[in-house]
Design a binder for this molecule. Structure first.
Ligand code: NAP
Length: 403
């Protein structure tokens, strides 16, 4: 980061340091051709039947032999790894498992769309199948600005970008489908699956598929707004953690009257006394509470307590989260759940519980791993992509959100 460069006495590189995601129209063949045997992996009983049938017919119509396997939310890695070799030599795999609804049957904080994708990737590896895996989503990305973003779909893109880094030889790509899967959209999908131009992050939209790009973002033209000031009570999840404590101090310096700092250890967290002392010296009252933010009932109890005390929360900063350093092939569903829950469930609960409350700020601490992936951090990247997706979804609903 620029701050780290400065600390080392190094010059901050010249050039743009602000970037944004852009979507570029792709040139695709009018009549894309697929060949060989393709496996279509589709969720069982999830309402994705029409999409699955349309994809099956389109892939077959563009020249491939298509075999279909239906997979339930309770599927196990070993079960899949036993089944997959029965399909013989494959030219490609198209997974619609991201369209699975609901949560993993045994892990209620984990979306089935994410577990299914992980288990399929693992089982393909276990079976020694090198055919490129394409994962289709719906509503994962805002490519043309009209989409309703679904954060649980966005997290599949976070995981997929790590799969691309960890398994480049077995990775096809991520392809986001439009709500209306008509003929041109299916042609666009098949052009993407033909994969001749190396595009691996694509949104199928009318009139042509769009490829994802990271481009320099212009500096804002308007003069910088006055420095942000905090008001009233601000809730900081992970508020006793490294960055949470920094944020708490920053908020106190900017005028927050009361900071409510949440963490599973609450006042027992290391450095808690020192932090409350520092905040008091800045004239800010603080309350440290033990609360697992992935537990909606626990979070509700905190908010009830604040309401009963006459406190109105004016800002939310969600920094709670765990990093992960497990390669995708070694990540169990339980590990995936453990590593994502605070970020994803915590953010979803905060979003729902503050839906009708006017807030000055709703800030989600995401990470660049959600934008471009990070080898060995699949769960972390997925959770951060979820946060970015949730922020986009909130803004689309007219609510404040920054990630
Ligand atoms: N540090 C960086 O360089 C960096 C870079 C990019 C993004 N980020 C993001 O910034 C955030 C903070 O990072 P950090 O470095 O400050 O991490 P940290 O020091 O490990 O702090 C994380 C905090 O989250 C709390 N927490 C974890 N699970 C929780 C749960 N289920 N419910 C409530 N609280 C929970 C922890 O407290 P308890 O253990 O007491 O629950 C801890 O206070 C993270 O979301 C991270 O992804 C950090």
């Amino acid at each position: 980061t620029p701050a780290a460069w400065r600390r080392r006495g190094a010059a901050v590189p010249a050039g743009p340091q602000r970037y944004r995601i852009a979507w570029e129209p792709l040139t695709v063949p009018a009549e894309p051709r697929l060949s060989g045997r393709w496996l279509l992996v589709t969720p069982d009983g999830s309402g994705a039947e029409d999409t699955a049938l349309a994809c099956e017919q389109a892939v077959a119509g563009h020249g491939a032999d298509v075999l279909v396997i239906r997979v339930g939310n309770a599927v196990e890695r070993a079960e899949l790894a036993t089944l997959l070799p029965e399909f013989g030599v494959l030219a490609g795999v198209l997974s619609l498992l991201s369209l699975a609804e609901g949560s993993h049957p045994g892990l209620r904080t984990l979306d089935a769309c994410l577990t299914g994708t992980l288990l399929l990737l693992q089982a393909l590896g276990d079976s020694g199948i090198d055919a490129p895996l394409w994962c289709a989503t719906r509503g994962a990305v805002a490519a043309d600005g009209t989409e309703e973003i679904r954060p649980e779909q966005a997290q599949v893109w976070g995981l997929g970008r790590v799969a691309a880094l960890e398994h480049p030889m077995r990775w096809g790509g991520l392809v986001d489908l439009p709500d209306r899967l008509d003929g041109p959209a299916l042609d666009g999908l098949c052009a993407v699956l033909a994969g001749r131009d190396g595009e691996d992050q694509v949104a199928v939209r009318a009139p042509v598929p769009l490829g994802r790009r990271l481009v320099p973002a212009p500096e804002p033209a308007a003069p910088a707004p006055a420095p942000w000031t905090a008001h009233g009570t601000v809730l900081v999840t992970g508020g006793t953690g490294g960055l949470g404590a920094q944020v708490a101090r920053w908020l106190a310096e900017r005028g927050a009257e009361h900071l409510v700092l949440l963490g599973r250890r609450g006042p027992e967290a290391p450095g808690a006394d020192e932090l409350t002392g520092a905040l008091a010296a800045l004239g800010t009252r603080s309350t440290l509470l033990a609360c697992d933010v992935a537990d909606r009932a626990a979070l509700e109890r905190v908010l009830e307590r604040l309401r009963d005390a006459g406190e109105t929360v004016r800002g939310v900063v969600h920094t709670a989260g765990l990093t992960s350093d497990t390669a995708l092939m070694d990540c169990t569903p339980a590990e995936l759940a453990r590593r994502t829950a605070a970020k994803t469930r915590g953010a979803a609960h905060l979003d729902a519980l503050f839906e009708d409350c006017p807030l000055d700020a709703f800030v989600l601490f995401s990470s660049i791993s959600g934008t471009w992936g990070s080898g060995g951090q699949g769960a972390y990247a997925a959770a951060n992509a979820y946060l970015d997706g949730l922020a986009a979804a909130r803004r689309r609903r007219g609510l404040t959100a920054t990630s």
